[in-house]
Each structure stands twice: as structure tokens, then as C-alpha cells.
Design a protein around this ligand. Structure first.
Ligand code: NAD
Ligand code: UGA
Length: 498
């Protein structure tokens, strides 16, 4: 095995820990990889075929490494709640716990809550009897490795040495396995010392099992920590920029898909992450930008903080603007009007709903006294209720006004409007379907590239189900407007005037 790494432990069996370790284990059959978590239900699920995280191809990789499913290898991927044993046995320990926004105390609503990282660190110090390489996989503020070092030094056993690395994760949900198999780069940050370089080399060799060496970058620890947050801030900033432009398009007759496509053709700008939408969601963009702004404030850089915070402000504005447009088009009154919500996940190909724009849109429509019928192909009903209840201002009203459906047709029946909030392929009626970034806005080249036409909804059928006049509010620009208009729909898209 690479550089004598025999055992890896990953603390945190979430969206990052689970898929990352499945791929590391698959590609390093000689290394025993154990993913641990305090959440027993989550670990139990990782040991079944109904994984706690939905990701295309994930089950295949888990089964191969966890069960030795192809018969050609012994199992080397384990999921366990025995944190102590796995930490004690490991040579390398990934910390892949959640780092949410603090919701009380100093920096509430902005700063990153490092409590989970700290308790994982204290656990490592408490149980380790031999030298360890401790790897920050979680997204953390710049200088967190210093905190980890101090805690380990102050509470670890005498004679046990720890080396700390930063190795941020850049996977996106919905494409996690592909991103892990073919990353643009792997970042490994270490101290610029002999032992730091050695530790970085040990971790590099684990990745080198499947990633070309020239994609594995070893850099300074603080640069590595900051790069992760900077990358998310830059990506989100592109979306907010294009969404800000979409407001200008709606007011002028320019078309945001054409503008983004044409801008993206400039190789200095590039085509990706320029898709206008109802607003970005997901567990990280908002939290990481707010954390970056908070760090800026604590460094007495208020102008820098305000710059980054505006990326989040535009995102809130975009969600709000979209909801107001629905109310306006439906003749300024939603009272008792039935509205179908198509899609609740924050993006397609995931069941994750953290920070999804759907939560704020639904809550606002409920306050307008609309009757909401939600359908998402992946999100469990229980999850939808949990998200809405956690954020609604009036739970009684919420329960009276909202129901969850098992098909798009059920949701659309007797509805005045269908509101698309997630770009699931099944909602699209375009010939040429792409989501992220840019496709030619008027492309009509033959059949669907995903070969998935049969599972698409039939909008002609929907036209027979809805109340007239029938509206489609496309928060993802996934429908072919001309085709829907030919069926009698009135269509409102992001960044296009009606
Ligand atoms: P998650 O909430 O899905 O998983 C974290 C897990 O850690 C939870 O199951 C929790 O029970 C467990 N945990 C917390 N404290 C623990 C402890 N002391 N001991 C054992 N287990 C503990 O989070 P996630 O989405 O996997 O994100 C993890 C980190 O990775 C975050 O810092 C996030 O910013 C970053 N990240 C996430 C993504 C993503 O796509 N979700 C991508 C890149 C980076
Ligand atoms: C994002 C980053 O892309 C990952 O590199 C990073 O590792 C991750 O955050 C993280 O740190 O958690 P993710 O949030 O899973 O990944 O998904 P994205 O594809 O980036 O989409 C985020 C949100 O922006 C989604 O709601 C998506 O619909 C929206 N989006 C994305 C747009 O509105 N327009 C776009 O052009 C792209």
C-alpha cells in the first residue's frame, strides 16, 4: 500500500465522507478504510443498499468496496459507530464533519461553527496511541489547522506526534462520483517543514492510485484552507452576477440564456456556472460566503466583507423577485389558487434540500394563501415537511395549505400554475437538454442527449389537467417556451421578458 498506509479513518459519514471514502477504498484495495459517525441511523443506512445519500453510481462503488461485491476483492470499506477503535487503529484520519453557520452567540448567522471539528479533534487526541496524520477535509476558515494543532498538542498523549494537513473537497452533489474519479485538482496543504512535506507525500500517494500526479498540488496550509472557501465564493459570485443580469433582461427584452452563452464563449470567462436560476442553494455556498465575510470583518476589512455579502444578498433578492413575479402574473391574488411546485431539491440528481430555493418560495406562496402541491422525484415527503416546518412563520397555515404529491401530474391537476424549482430532466421538454452552464439557447438538434425521453413528463397531458389560463413559471429555464405556448401555456422564465 502507498507509503505504508494501512488504515484510514474518516470522521463524519455525510455527503463528503461517504462518497470520498468509497472511491478511496475502491482505488486502494490494500488500505482498510473505516468511516465513523455518531449518528447511528446514518451508519446503519450506510451498511444497507438504501444509502443515506443519493448520488448516481455511489451504490456501485460502496458495494464493491464494502461487500467485495465483484468477488475479486476482500471488503475494505467499513461504516461504524465505534469512533474510538477506528481512530486508534488509523494511520491517516480525515475530519469530514459538518461546519454549519453558527446560529447563536458571537457571529451568529455568519461565522462558521467549529464545534464539530473541535470535538472530533479532542477525540483524536484522547484515543491516539501512535503517530497520526490528521487531515482537514471539512471546509474551515483559514487558520483552523492552527486550532487543531493546539488542541492536539495540549490534550494528546506524551510522545504521540500529529501532523496536520488541509485537503479540501471540491465535489458537487449529483456528480460526486464523477468529480471524485476525475477531479480538476487535488489540493494538499501542509506546513513548510520536513515532516509537513513528508505527510503531504503520504496523502498524495493515496490519491496517486487513480489521479495523475500533475493534478495533485501540494501548497501551503493556509493557502489550501482559504482556496476552498475562495473557490466556492467565486463560483457563487458567477451565479449571482448572471442572476443580477437576468433582472435587467426581464426589463429590457434581452435573453439571459443568450447573454450567458455569448459571454461564456469568451475563453477568459468560460461557459460553466453561468446558468441563471431562481437562486443557488445547497449546504455550502451561502455558509462559506458568510464565513468569508465574517473573517473579513474580524480582520477589519469591512469593504471586503460587504463585497462578498452582496453575493448572498443578490441570491435572496432573486428568490424574492421570482415569487413576486408569480403573484403579479396571477392577477395579484393567490388566495385559494392551487400551485404545483415541480422540484424541491436544490439541484437535480440529489435528494438534498439544504438551503434549497424551494423552501423560501413555498413559504412565501403559503403566506399569499395559495394551495401548494409539491412534487420531487427524489426528496422524501418527510424531508419536505421537516424543511418547511423549520422555517414557516405559521405552522397551522402551512399544514392547511401544503400537500406533497407522488407525481408531477398529481401536483398539476387543477392547478393555476406550475412552478419549476429544480432542473430535473423529467420537467424539461427541450430537445437538447443541458443544465450546468451553457448550451446554445436555441439548440434544436434532434433527440435528447440523456436518452431519457421516456421518463419525461408529457406537457400536452398536463395542459388537459390544469385550470385556465395556465401558467408555467420556469425557475430553471429548462422548458422550450415555444412548444409550451403552442400547447396554450403562458410561460415566464428567468431573465426573459414575457
Ligand atoms: P454532513 O452533515 O452530511 O455530514 C457530517 C457528518 O459528521 C454527520 O453525519 C455528523 O453526524 C457527523 N459528525 C459531526 N460531528 C461528529 C463527531 N464529533 N464524531 C463523529 N461524527 C460526527 O456534512 P457534509 O455535507 O458531508 O459536509 C462535511 C464538510 O464538507 C463540511 O465542512 C462541508 O462544508 C464540506 N463540503 C461539503 C460538500 C457537499 O457537497 N456537501 C462538498 C465539499 C465540501
Ligand atoms: C458546490 C461546488 O460546485 C463544489 O465545488 C463544492 O465542493 C461544494 O459546493 C461544496 O463545497 O459543498 P454543490 O453545491 O453541490 O457544489 O452544487 P453546484 O453544482 O455548485 O450548485 C450549487 C447551486 O447553484 C445549486 O442550487 C445549483 O442549482 C445552482 N447553480 C449552479 C445555478 O443556479 N447556476 C449554475 O450555473 C450552477
Amino acid at each position: 500500500s502507498p507509503r505504508n498506509v494501512r488504515k484510514i479513518c474518516c470522521i463524519g459519514a455525510g455527503y463528503v465522507g461517504g462518497p470520498t471514502c468509497a472511491v478511496i477504498a475502491d482505488k486502494n484495495p490494500d488500505i482498510e478504510v473505516t468511516v465513523v459517525d455518531l449518528n447511528e441511523a446514518r451508519i446503519r443506512a450506510w451498511n444497507t443498499d438504501d444509502l443515506p445519500v443519493y448520488e448516481p453510481e455511489l451504490l456501485k462503488y460502496v458495494k464493491s468496496a464494502r461487500d467485495g461485491a465483484d468477488g475479486e476483492r476482500s471488503p475494505n470499506l467499513f461504516f461504524s459507530t465505534d469512533v474510538d477503535a477506528a481512530v486508534r487503529a488509523a494511520d491517516l484520519i480525515f475530519i469530514s464533519v459538518n461546519t454549519p453557520t453558527k446560529y447563536t452567540g458571537t457571529g451568529a448567522g455568519h461565522a462558521c461553527d467549529l464545534g464539530y471539528v473541535e470535538s472530533a479533534t479532542r477525540k483524536i487526541a484522547e484515543v491516539s496511541e501512535s503517530d497520526k496524520i490528521v487531515i482537514e477535509k471539512s471546509t474551515v476558515p483559514c487558520k483552523t489547522a492552527e486550532t487543531i494543532r493546539e488542541i492536539l498538542a495540549a490534550t494528546g498523549r506524551p510522545g504521540v506526534r500529529f501532523e496536520i494537513l488541509s485537503n479540501p473537497e471540491f465535489l458537487a452533489e449529483g456528480t460526486a462520483i464523477n468529480d471524485l474519479l476525475h477531479p480538476d485538482r487535488i489540493l494538499i496543504g501542509s506546513l513548510r517543514s520536513e515532516r509537513g512535506f513528508q505527510a503531504a507525500e503520504v496523502l498524495s500517494s493515496v490519491y496517486a492510485a487513480w489521479i495523475p500526479r500533475d493534478r495533485i498540488m501540494t501548497i501551503n496550509l493556509w493557502s489550501s484552507e482559504l482556496t476552498k472557501i475562495a473557490a466556492n465564493a467565486l463560483l457563487a459570485q458567477r451565479i449571482s452576477s448572471v442572476n443580477a443580469l437576468s433582472a435587467i433582461c426581464e426589463a429590457t427584452g434581452a435573453d439571459i440564456d443568450e447573454v450567458a452563452y455569448a459571454c461564456g464563449k469568451d475563453t477568459r470567462i468560460g461557459p460553466r456556472m453561468l446558468k441563471a436560476s431562481v437562486g443557488f442553494g445547497g449546504s455550502c455556498f451561502k455558509k462559506d460566503i458568510l464565513s468569508l465575510a465574517y473573517i473579513s470583518d474580524t480582520l477589519h476589512l469591512p469593504e471586503v466583507a460587504a463585497y462578498w455579502r452582496s453575493v448572498v444578498d443578490i441570491n435572496e433578492y432573486q428568490k424574492d423577485r421570482f415569487t413576486r413575479r408569480i403573484t403579479k402574473c396571477l392577477y395579484h391574488s393567490l388566495t385559494n389558487k392551487r400551485i404545483a411546485i415541480l422540484g424541491f431539491a436544490y439541484k437535480k440528481n440529489t435528494g438534498d434540500t439544504r438551503e434549497t430555493a424551494a423552501i423560501s418560495v413555498v413559504n412565501s406562496l403559503v403566506l399569499e394563501q395559495a394551495d401548494i402541491r409539491i412534487y420531487d422525484p427524489r426528496v422524501k415527503e418527510e424531508q419536505i415537511w421537516q424543511d418547511l416546518k423549520a422555517t414557516a412563520s405559521d405552522i397551522t397555515l402551512l399544514k392547511r395549505r401544503v400537500s406533497v404529491c407522488t407525481s408531477a401530474y398529481e401536483a398539476c391537476t387543477d392547478s393555476h400554475a406550475a412552478v419549476i424549482l429544480t432542473e430535473w430532466d423529467e420537467f424539461s421538454n427541450k430537445d437538447h437538454s443541458t443544465t450546468q452552464g451553457n448550451s446554445p439557447p436555441t439548440a434544436t438538434n434532434g433527440t435528447a442527449e440523456d436518452g431519457n425521453l421516456s421518463s419525461r413528463m408529457d406537457w400536452q397531458h398536463v395542459a388537459g389537467l390544469m385550470k385556465k389560463p395556465m401558467f408555467v413559471f420556469d425557475g430553471r429555464n429548462v422548458v422550450d417556451v415555444d412548444k409550451l405556448e403552442a400547447l396554450g401555456f403562458r410561460v415566464e422564465c428567468i431573465g426573459k421578458s414575457g
